[in-house]
Design a protein. Structure first.
Length: 105
């Protein structure tokens, strides 16, 4: 039986799991996770449902997982830079207030 490989790609990048292909059409796969679960219809042009990303081979799933992790790391660094800029702006505002207090109080 043919397989797809899927992993959670939203909050935490989860382990890669095997899904049996129950039915295939030109535009979709119908899959069921090995070991149970419910059937899912996956559009071939999207290869994701909800927060699960699918691939046609384990190797492709590993590549996609690595790509998602790299994007998540990049986004976290961007968040850090944005937070550091906000902190600097707040420190500047605080200095302006302290300067005003020193001159007027």
């Amino acid at each position: 039986m043919d397989k797809l490989y899927g992993f959670d790609s939203f909050f935490s990048i989860g382990k890669i799991e095997e899904y049996d292909i129950i039915k295939e059409t030109p535009k979709t796969y119908v899959v069921k996770r090995q070991g149970g679960g419910f059937e899912r219809v996956i559009r071939k042009n999207e290869m994701s449902v909800g927060q699960t990303t699918y691939a046609t081979s384990f190797r492709e799933a590993v590549r996609l997982k690595k790509e998602k992790i790299d994007k998540r790391i990049e986004a976290k660094y961007s968040d850090i830079k944005r937070t550091e800029l906000e902190i600097e702006k707040l420190k500047h505002q605080r200095k302006e207030i302290e300067k005003w207090e020193a001159e007027n109080l």
